[in-house]
Design a protein around this ligand. Structure first.
Ligand SMILES: Nc1nc2c(c(=O)[nH]1)N[C@H]1C(S)=C(S)[C@@H](COP(=O)(O)OP(=O)(O)OC[C@H]3O[C@@H](n4cnc5c(=O)[nH]c(N)nc54)[C@H](O)[C@@H]3O)O[C@H]1N2
Ligand SMILES: Nc1nc2c(c(=O)[nH]1)N[C@H]1C(S)=C(S)[C@@H](COP(=O)(O)OP(=O)(O)OC[C@H]3O[C@@H](n4cnc5c(=O)[nH]c(N)nc54)[C@H](O)[C@@H]3O)O[C@H]1N2
Ligand code: SF4
Ligand SMILES: [Mo]
Length: 698
C-alpha cells in the first residue's frame, strides 16, 4: 500500500490501565491525526482496539481538552479558573513547594496512578523529582496490591501463563475477572478455545458479560473466594486428584496444607460463599482432571476485599496441586508484568531521596487519601500534586476525599487532559498531552511484548507531557543532577535491564524500527513446568516461612469480609446488601466518562439488583433509587432482569466509574465505599461494602 506524501502512519500504544496494552497505528495527514487503528502485525492486538480507544480521536480532539495553564478564581472545588502562562504556573508551584519544603518536605505529596501506563510518562521524571525533593512517598495500592502480594507469597512473582496460550486451553476458569469488558483480547483467545470445545467457567457474584457467555457461572458472595479455593483443595486432596510427583518435586508444605484444608469441607465453604456444596464438588472435579489441564484467569475483582491477599494466595496454589503448570496452556495468570526486567531504579532514582534525619521517610497510602488529607499530622499534608489520576472520583469514601481536597490550606496542583472532579479542586490546573502528543515506551500486564509510542501530532494548545512539567519544576527548584535534563527517549532507553534474562534482548533501534519486540521467552512458554518458582525456597510455597516471619498465617486461609452479611451481622442488619462497583465497558475507570459517545452508550448510572431483593423492597425496574450506608449515599436507576438476574441475591452492582459531577446527583459509587484496607499490601476494599437501597425521594 502506498502512502501519500503528506500522509504518515505512526506507531503508538494504548496508554490506558488495561492489560491488553494494544498496539495502535495512527494515520496522520497534514499534522492532524485522522484515523486510529489496531496494529495488525502485533500479537494480542491483532488489528483490533476496543470500542473506547477505536474512537480515541474523539478524546484527543475533544472540545473539553484543557489547553492552557490556569489558576483558581472561584471557591475551592467550584472549578472556576483563569488562564495564566506556563512561566507563572511553574514559578508559583516552585515557590510554594520551596516554602513548604523548607519546613518539612514530607508535607508535599504526589498523587498519581495509571492515567498512562507508559514507563516514561507514568513513572520516571515525576518520581525523580519527588524523591529528590524528599516528599512523602505515595503507596500505590488502589488496584492490585493485595492480590499481587498474596499471589507472590505462593508463587514468588506475579507471572503466569502466556495469555496467547489460552487459545489452546482445554478448560478455563475465569475467577474475579471480566475479560469481555476489561481484557478484551484475552477474551478473543478464550473464544478461540471455546470454538474447539473448551469449557469456560466463570466465578463472579455478578452476571457479568463474561459470566453470561461462559458455560457455567458460579456466583459466590463477594469476598469469599478463599473459602471456595480451600474447599476445592479439600476435594482435590480427598479424592486423589493431585499430581503427587509435581507436589514432591516443586512445592513445599504439602503436609501442612493437607491438614489445613481438611477443615474446609464443601459444606463449610458453601455456608461462607452462598454456593451449593454440590457445585463446589463438581467444580473441583472438573478442575482436577489431569488429561485436560486447566488455565485459570484470576484477576483483581476478587482482591478488593478484606481477604483479597489470602484469596489470591489460596487460588495460586491450585495449579501446583494438580501439576497443571506442566503444560503451556495450564496454570494460572494474574499478570505478566513480573516477567519484564524493568529497571525502576534507573527510571525513578530512589537514591536521590535526601535521608535527612529530621525527616524520616513518610508513606501515605493512596487508598486512604481521604483520611490522610484530613488527619495526617506528622506532618500534615500541605501540598498535593495530582497527575495520571482522578482521586476525587475514584478513591473510596469520597465524602472524606472531597472534604480533604476542599481544605482551604491545601495547595493543590492538578495536571490533566480534562477538568475532572479532582481538577475542580486545583489551585493551579495544568494541561496534559494525550498519548498522540508525547513519546513513551510500554510494558504490559496482559502480554509479553515491549512497545514504543511515537508522537503522532504536536501538543494541542499549550498541553505538555508529565516529563516536561517535572523537568521544568526541577530546574526551578535548583535540582542540578544530570538525570533531570534527560530527554524522554534517553529515559526510555534505560527502561529495561540489559543483563535481565527476559528483557536483555530489547533494543531501542529494533523497537523504533518495528514498533514492538517480544521478551526473550520461548513460544510456547511454560514458566513453571519444571518448578523454578522465584520464592525463597525456589518452590511453590503452600507453607510460607516469610509470612510466618511477618507474624501472618503461613498457610492458605480465609479472611472474611469486613462488611459481609455473615461476618458482620450487626452491620448487615442495617445495610443488608453487598455492594460492588466494577468497571463499565464504556468507561476506563473514570476516563471516557465525560465524553458524549461513551456517556450515551452507558446511558445512566445503573444499579443491578436481584428480582427477589427488589420485590422485598417494593422496587420496580427502572426506578430511581438511593444507595446508602453510614458513609454516604448516591443515586442510580434500577435494572432488574427477572429471567436472567444481573446479580446473585444479596448483592447489588453499580457499573462504574461515573464522574460525580456528571452523574445526576453529584455523587458516584465511591460515596458508599470504604477506606478499610485488605489483609495484604495495604490494598483498597472497594467491593467489601454493605448498603441498603430505597426508592429515591421525588
Ligand atoms: N472497559 C474497562 N476495562 C478496564 C477497566 C475499566 O474501567 N473499564 N479498568 C481497568 C483496570 S484499572 C483494572 S484493575 C481491570 C479490572 O478488571 P478485573 O481485574 O477483571 O476486575 P474487576 O472488573 O474489578 O472485577 C472483575 C469481576 O469480578 C467480580 N467480583 C467482584 N467482587 C468479587 C469477589 O469478591 N469475588 C469474585 N470471584 N468476583 C468478584 C466483578 O463483579 C467483576 O465482574 O480492568 C481494566 N480494564
Ligand atoms: N467504585 C470503584 N472505584 C474504583 C474502582 C472500582 O472498580 N470501583 N477501581 C479502582 C481501580 S482498579 C483503579 S486502577 C483506580 C483508577 O483510578 P485512576 O488511575 O485515577 O484512573 P482514571 O479515573 O482513569 O484517571 C486517570 C486520569 O489521568 C489522566 N491522564 C491520562 N493521561 C495522562 C497524562 O499523560 N498526564 C496526566 N497528567 N494525566 C493523564 C486522565 O485524563 C484521567 O483523568 O480506580 C479505583 N476506583
Ligand atoms: S483500553 Fe485495553 S482493549 Fe482498549 S485499546 Fe486500550 S489496551 Fe486495547
Ligand atoms: Mo485497576
Amino acid at each position: 500500500m502506498s502512502v501519500p506524501a503528506s500522509r504518515q502512519i505512526v506507531r503508538a500504544v494504548c496508554p490506558h490501565d488495561c492489560p491488553d496494552t494494544c498496539a495502535m497505528q495512527i494515520s496522520v495527514e497534514d499534522g492532524r491525526a485522522i484515523r486510529v487503528q489496531g496494529a495488525p502485525d502485533v500479537p494480542i492486538t491483532r488489528g483490533t482496539l476496543c470500542s473506547k480507544v477505536a474512537h480515541y480521536l474523539e478524546r484527543t480532539y475533544s472540545d473539553q481538552r484543557l489547553l492552557y495553564p490556569m489558576r483558581r478564581v472561584g471557591a475551592k472545588g467550584e472549578g472556576r479558573f483563569e488562564r495564566i502562562s506556563w512561566e507563572q504556573a511553574l514559578d508559583t508551584i516552585a515557590e510554594r513547594f520551596r516554602s513548604i519544603a523548607s519546613t518539612d518536605p514530607r508535607s508535599i505529596l504526589p498523587y498519581s496512578y495509571a492515567g498512562t501506563m507508559g514507563l516514561v510518562q507514568g513513572s520516571s521524571m515525576d518520581r525523580r523529582f519527588f524523591h529528590r525533593l524528599g516528599a512523602s512517598f505515595l503507596d500505590r495500592t488502589i488496584c492490585a496490591e493485595a492480590g499481587a502480594v498474596g499471589y507472590k507469597a505462593t508463587i514468588g512473582t506475579t507471572q503466569g501463563i502466556d495469555p496467547e496460550a489460552f487459545a489452546s486451553a482445554r478448560y478455563i476458569l475465569i475467577w474475579g475477572a471480566n475479560p469481555v469488558v476489561s481484557n478484551l483480547h484475552l477474551w478473543a483467545r478464550i473464544v478461540e478455545a471455546k470454538r474447539h470445545g473448551t469449557r469456560v467457567v466463570c466465578i463472579d457474584p455478578v452476571r457479568s458479560l463474561t459470566a453470561e457467555k461462559s458455560d457455567w457461572h458460579l456466583a459466590p458472595l463477594p469476598g469469599t473466594d478463599a473459602a471456595l479455593a480451600l474447599a476445592i483443595m479439600h476435594v482435590l486432596i480427598r479424592d486423589g486428584l493431585c499430581d503427587e510427583d509435581y507436589i514432591a518435586r516443586y512445592t513445599t508444605g504439602f503436609a501442612a496444607l493437607k491438614r489445613r484444608v481438611a477443615e474446609w469441607t464443601p459444606t463449610r465453604a458453601a455456608a461462607e460463599t452462598g454456593l451449593a456444596a454440590a457445585d463446589i464438588e463438581q467444580l473441583a472435579h472438573e478442575y482436577g482432571q489431569e488429561d485436560r489441564p486447566a488455565a485459570i484467569r484470576v484477576n483483581y475483582g476478587l482482591n478488593r476485599c478484606a481477604g483479597g491477599g489470602a484469596a489470591m494466595r489460596a487460588i495460586a496454589c491450585l495449579p501446583a496441586l494438580t501439576g497443571h503448570w506442566r503444560w503451556p496452556h495450564g496454570g494460572i495468570l494474574l499478570s505478566t508484568s513480573g516477567t519484564y526486567g524493568t529497571d525502576s531504579h534507573a527510571l525513578e532514582r530512589p537514591d536521590l531521596y535526601p535521608y535527612d534525619e529530621r525527616f524520616p521517610p513518610r508513606h501515605i497510602n493512596m487508598s486512604t487519601i481521604g483520611d490522610a488529607l484530613l488527619e495526617a499530622d506528622d506532618p500534615a499534608i500541605r501540598a498535593i500534586m495530582v497527575y495520571n489520576a482522578n482521586p476525587v472520583a475514584v478513591a473510596p469514601d469520597s465524602n472524606r476525599v472531597r472534604a480533604g481536597f476542599a481544605r482551604e490550606d491545601l495547595f493543590c496542583v492538578v495536571h490533566e487532559l480534562f477538568q475532572t472532579d479532582t481538577a475542580d479542586y486545583a489551585d493551579i490546573l495544568l494541561p496534559a498531552t494525550s498519548q498522540l502528543e508525547h513519546w513513551d515506551i510500554h510494558k504490559s500486564y496482559g502480554h509479553l511484548n515491549v512497545m514504543v509510542n511515537e508522537p503522532a501530532i504536536a501538543p494541542l494548545g499549550e498541553a505538555r507531557p508529565n516529563t516536561w512539567v517535572f523537568r521544568e519544576l526541577a530546574q526551578r527548584m535548583g535540582f542540578t543532577e544530570a538525570c533531570f535534563a534527560e530527554s524522554d527517549e534517553a529515559i526510555g532507553a534505560q527502561a529495561f535491564r540489559p543483563d535481565h534474562p527476559k528483557s536483555g534482548n530489547i533494543r531501542m533501534d529494533t523497537l523504533r524500527r518495528q514498533g514492538w519486540q517480544r521478551l526473550n521467552v520461548p513460544t510456547p512458554y511454560a514458566p513453571f513446568a519444571a518448578g523454578g518458582f522465584p520464592t525463597p525456597s525456589g518452590k511453590c510455597e503452600f507453607y510460607s516461612p516469610s509470612l510466618a516471619q511477618q507474624g501472618q498465617d503461613p498457610l492458605p486461609h480465609y479472611v472474611p469480609p469486613h462488611e459481609g452479611p455473615h461476618s458482620n451481622p450487626e452491620l448487615a442488619a442495617k445495610y443488608p446488601l453487598a455492594f460492588v462497583s466494577p468497571p463499565s465497558r464504556h468507561f476506563l475507570n473514570s476516563s471516557f466518562a465525560n465524553l458524549p459517545r461513551f456517556v450515551q452508550a452507558e446511558g445512566k448510572p445503573w444499579l443491578d439488583m436481584h428480582p427477589q431483593d427488589a420485590a422485598t423492597r417494593g422496587l420496580q425496574d427502572g426506578a430511581r433509587v438511593r444507595i446508602f450506608n453510614a458513609r454516604g449515599a448516591f443515586h442510580a436507576w434500577l435494572r432488574i432482569h427477572p429471567d436472567t438476574p444481573g446479580v446473585r441475591q444479596g448483592v447489588v452492582s453499580a457499573p462504574s466509574i461515573w464522574w460525580q459531577k456528571l452523574s445526576g446527583d453529584g455523587c458516584n459509587a465511591n460515596a458508599v465505599t470504604s477506606q478499610a484496607l485488605a489483609d495484604m499490601g495495604g490494598g483498597a476494599t472497594f467491593y467489601d461494602c454493605l448498603v441498603e437501597v430505597v426508592a429515591a425521594a421525588e
